[in-house]
Structures are given as structure tokens and as C-alpha cells.
Write a protein that binds this ligand. Sequence first.
Ligand code: COA
Length: 340
Amino acid sequence: MQTRSPFGIVLSGSGSALPDAILDNVALEQLVETSDEWIATRTGIRQRRLAGPQESLTQLASQAAERALAMAGLEPTEIDLIVLATSTPDDLFGSAGAIQGAIGANRAVAMDLTAACSGFAFGLVTVAQFLRSGVYRNALLIGADVLSRWVDWSDRGTCILFGDGAGAVVLQAVELQEASTASDGLLGFELRSDGSLNHVLNLAATALEQPLKSGATVGQGNFQPITMNGQEVYRFAVKRVPEAIEKALHRAERSIAQIDWLLLHQANQRIIDAVADRLGLPREKTISNLERCGNTSAASIPIALDEAVRQGRVQPGHTLALAGFGAGLSWGAVIVRWGR
Ligand code: COA
């Protein structure tokens, strides 16, 4: 086990929300030179959901959060901490505060966490530290992204990949007294960053020179669309993700055979299959919703988790290996037990 502390965590609820509008690969053929067959074969994606201009990340995230709270049987006012993992907030100052207001979690402190497609994994470990230390009892972790706002819709190398959505989980502290049968649901983790590969995947800020009358010149802020070296990201993911999972498993004192489900960030079906193969895990034990949702960045793990929980595939007591990877470059694996 990674740490011994008086408290552990329980993952007690999940929720998700997707925009209504569907863009399938056939519709994408109207936008760029591509084909349903090319996209499906290279990525496993057939369609993705897109938020309209009137739909906000805050709305999607709030819906997902309310569904997770309902499953956990908690009132919004019982939440102490909200962490929103996102790279696409409605507001550069952060959107966690707006979500806290929207769902009426008025006792909770709320903050954003940015780690791109690793955001949910990084957020899970971050939230767990507050619960394990005994500082907070009930927390909400949301992964949400609307990357459609930042995609270059004329770039066929990237626009085929991304979709929008939000997912959330409720994490609660449990006391680990000697007499108690409770145990920590966070079994082990490994989080990593490699900034020397930062240039491989970016949604970079740009500054347009704006001379002021005072004589000073400032940079007026804006963002470039997503740029990506797809092949490098692919190679990085297939190598680094299994390594991180193996390290997290070692810390969890578990073998791969003891994992019920492998749930990777939903980027590419070929990456999911390759990682499962490298770990020696049967592909039936992988969870994937890529075909319907595409890559929803920080939202992809909690959306797929919520779907699997509601379908009854993931059941209380099941052990999951979760792993995120993406811009930074960043990657991380977390071994968790679902439910009480
Ligand atoms: N439709 C049709 N052809 C396309 C295309 C598209 N949407 N996108 C690229 N191509 C073409 C390329 O122009 C290239 O043509 P060429 O051989 O004539 O030069 C050819 O297909 C192969 O391109 P390549 O980039 O080598 O394809 P790939 O097999 O690496 O697949 C990705 C591209 C993006 C699907 C793949 O690299 C990938 O998924 N990488 C991981 C990206 C990722 O997950 N990012 C998010 C991480 S969080």
C-alpha cells in the first residue's frame, strides 16, 4: 500500500452528462477529406457529442455532479470540496466556483485542476489526499471538457478525435480503525509528467501585440487551436501507460490478474487494445465508449465509468485500473475499488 493514514476513501457515486447533438463520421466527411472507414479503423470512433454555442461546460458538469450526488445519496450541502478537472473552463479564472453555485454546494471549497487528459487521474489522487488526511469528508471530482471550442475544424488530423462531455464521482472519507471492516478504496497510484515533450500536444495561448497609449505594450490574449503530433502521442501512450499501471499495481500489492476492469482515457481504441495486450489483460476486461463519444479529454474516464456502473458491469467491490495520458505530456495510473 502507498500510505497508511487514519482515513481511506470510498468511491460512492458517479454521474455523467453529454450534449444532445451528435456528429458522426459520415457528417465529418462533409467537413474534411476523410472517411468513416478511415476514422473507425484508425481510432475506433464512429461519433461524438458536441456542445452548442449556448451550452456551457458549467451546465454539463453540474448535471454530471447532481447525478453523482444522487447515486451517493448526498445533498449538495454535504459536500466539502469540489475539484473540476478541465482544460476548457467557461472562464479562465476557473469554472468550479460556477458549478458550486449552480448545484447549491454552498459549504464546499471549489477549484479547477488542469492536467489535460490526465486531469481525472491527477484529480482523483489530489482529492484523496484531502480525504485521507481527515481534512474533508465528502468531495466531488468532476472531469469535463468542451474541446470542440478549440479544435481546428479544418484539420483532419485532430478534428476527428474530440467530443464534449462531463463525468463526476463522489469520494467520501472512511475511518480505518482496527475494529472497522472499511478499507481504503485508493489502492495505489503513479503520476508522471515529461515537460520535454510539451510541444507534442498543445492548446497554446497567443498574445497579439497591443501598444497602449502609455507607451507600454501588452499581449492581448487568445488561444491557438489544438496542435498535435499524433504518432508521437500514440507511441508515448502505448509505452508509458502500461509502465505506470504496473508501478501503481506494484504499490497496490496487486497483480494484473486481480484487476476486474482496465479503464483508460478514451483516446484511441488501438491504444486501449495495445495497452491491454502489453499488460496481458484480456480485452473483455477493458471499458470503452470511444465509438459513441470520441475523446472527451478529462471527462472520458468518469463518463465511461458512470456508464459501466449504470449498466451493472462495474459492481461494488470491483478493482479498476484507471489511467489518463495526454498534454504536458502527463500520464498517470490509479488503482481503485468501486463502491463500499
Ligand atoms: N482521414 C483520412 N486520412 C487522414 C486523416 C483523416 N482524418 N488524418 C490523417 N490522414 C492521413 C495522413 O495525411 C497520412 O497521409 P499520407 O500517408 O498521405 O501522408 C496518413 O493518413 C497517415 O497519417 P498518420 O498521422 O501516420 O496516421 P496515424 O495512423 O498515426 O493515425 C491518429 C493518426 C491521429 C489517428 C493517430 O496517430 C492517433 O490516434 N494518435 C494518438 C492521438 C491522441 O490520442 N491524441 C490525444 C491524446 S490525449
